[in-house]
Design a protein around this ligand. Structure first.
Ligand code: NAD
Length: 346
C-alpha cells in the first residue's frame, strides 16, 4: 500500500498518519496539507519514519496532486482535508466550497485520470454525521439510509462532496468508501472546538462560552476509535469485502449535552462553574446528532473501544501536559477569533 493522506496535519489526520504507518505492508505515506489555520506541522513533528513524506500543498492544485500520485505510485487516498468548523462556515462559506467541494472534485478527477492510465486508487472519503441534519429528542440515531439534510453551510459542503464521490463511483466506476463519524475528541484538536476550548480555558481560569442553553446534544467519540473505523473500511474496500460506494457510520452511543461536558471538564480540572458564560446561540444550531453503527459492527466488526470517562480525562491530561503546543496556537489570530466569535475577553 502506498497511501496519500490529505489534511494529515489536522486533528484527525495526524492520528491517521501515525496509525497507517503501523499497518503491515504500508510502503509509503505521503501527507499533503495546505497548513491552513487548523493545520499544524507540530502535530506530525515526532513522526520519524523513512516511509513518511510531508508535502506542503493544497488539494486544489491538481497538477501537484497528479505529480505526487504518479511519482509516489499512490494506491490509496484517504481524504480528510477540509474546512471543518461550522462557525467559520457561517462567517464565510467560500473557503468551504473551495476546499470541501472543489478540492474533493479535484482529487476525484485525479483518481479518474490515474484509472485511465491503468492505476486504480482506492478513495476513502472522510465525512461527518452533520450531513444528516438534526434529530428531535426521541428520534432514533441516524443510519446510513437517513436522507442527507444538511442544516449549516459546513454540512452542506460535506454533503455535496459525499454526493460527488457517489456520482464518481456510479459514472466512473472508481473504488471508494464514505465514512461518516460523530463528534471527535482527543489530543491535538484545534482549540476552537468545544472540548479543547473548554479544557484550555478552564485550566487558565478564563470564561467558558456556551452557546444558547447549552443543551445541544452530540454523540462523542474518541479520535482513535474514529481512525479505527476509517482504516477498517479502507481495508475492507481494498480486499473487496465491501462494494465501492458503501457508506459507514461511526458513533459511540455517547450522547451528551454541551453543558454536561463543560461541567465534567470543570470538575476534572478543579475549576469553578462560575467560569461558565452563556452567549448568544449559533444561528441554525443543530439540536441533536446521534450515530447508529450497527452496519459498521456487522460488516467491519468495528465498535468504539475507548470509554468516555477515561478518554476524556486522558484528553484533558494531554492538554495539561502539552502547554507549549497549546501556547503556540492560542495566541494572536486565534485569540482575536475567539473574542470576536463569543464576545468574551480571552
Ligand atoms: N472533528 C470532528 O469531530 C469530525 C467528525 C467527523 C468528520 N470529520 C471530518 O474529518 C476531516 C478532518 O477533520 P479535523 O477535525 O481533523 O479538521 P481540522 O480542521 O483539524 O484539519 C483539517 C486539515 O486540512 C487541512 N486543509 C484544509 N484545506 C486544505 C487544502 N485545500 N488542501 C490541503 N489541506 C487542507 C488543514 O491545514 C488541516 O490540517 C474533515 O473532513 C471533517 O469534515 C471531523
Amino acid at each position: 500500500m502506498r497511501i496519500l493522506i490529505t489534511g494529515g496535519c489536522g486533528f484527525i489526520g495526524n492520528h491517521v498518519v501515525r496509525r497507517v504507518l503501523m499497518i503491515p505492508g504500508v510502503e509509503k505515506v505521503v501527507n499533503v496539507d495546505a497548513l491552513t489555520y487548523s493545520g499544524n506541522l507540530d502535530n506530525c513533528k515526532d513522526i520519524i519514519d523513512d516511509r513518511y513524506r510531508f508535502v506542503h500543498e493544497s488539494i486544489n492544485n491538481k497538477s501537484a496532486i497528479d505529480e505526487i500520485i504518479e511519482a509516489e505510485r499512490i494506491s490509496v487516498l484517504i481524504h480528510l482535508a477540509a474546512e471543518s468548523h461550522v462557525d467559520r462556515s457561517i462567517n464565510s462559506v467560500k473557503p468551504f466550497v473551495e476546499t470541501n467541494i472543489d478540492g474533493t472534485r479535484i482529487l476525484l478527477e485525479s483518481v479518474v485520470d490515474s484509472k485511465k492510465s491503468g492505476t486504480n486508487i482506492h478513495f476513502i472519503h472522510v465525512s461527518t454525521d452533520e450531513v444528516y441534519g438534526s434529530l428531535k429528542p426521541d428520534d432514533p440515531p441516524f443510519t446510513e439510509d437517513t436522507p442527507l439534510n444538511p442544516q449549516n453551510p459546513y454540512a452542506a459542503t460535506k454533503a455535496a462532496s459525499d454526493m460527488l464521490v457517489q456520482s464518481f463511483v456510479n459514472t466512473h466506476n472508481i473504488s471508494a468508501v464514505i465514512t461518516r463519524c460523530s463528534n471527535n475528541f482527543g489530543p491535538r484538536q484545534f482549540p476552537e472546538k468545544l472540548i479543547p476550548l473548554m479544557t484550555i480555558n478552564a485550566m487558565n481560569k478564563k470564561a467558558l462560552p456556551i452557546y444558547g442553553d447549552g443543551k445541544q446534544i452530540r454523540d462523542w467519540i474518541h479520535v482513535e476509535d474514529h481512525v479505527s473505523g476509517i482504516l477498517s473500511s479502507m481495508l475492507a474496500l481494498i480486499v473487496g469485502q465491501i462494494q465501492s460506494g458503501e457508506v459507514f457510520n461511526f458513533g459511540a452511543e455517547n450522547e451528551r449535552t454541551n453543558i454536561q461536558i463543560v461541567q465534567t471538564i470543570l470538575k476534572n480540572v478543579g475549576a469553578e462553574e462560575s467560569l461558565i458564560s452563556f452567549v448568544k446561540d449559533r444561528p441554525g444550531h443543530d439540536r441533536r446528532y446521534a450515530m447508529g453503527y450497527e452496519k459498521a459492527n456487522r460488516i467491519l466488526g468495528w465498535r468504539p473501544e475507548i470509554e468516555w470517562d477515561t478518554g476524556l480525562s486522558d484528553t484533558i491530561q494531554w492538554y495539561n501536559d502539552n502547554k507549549s503546543w497549546v501556547d503556540s496556537i492560542t495566541s494572536g489570530e486565534y485569540r482575536n477569533y475567539i473574542e470576536n466569535q463569543y464576545g468574551i475577553d480571552n
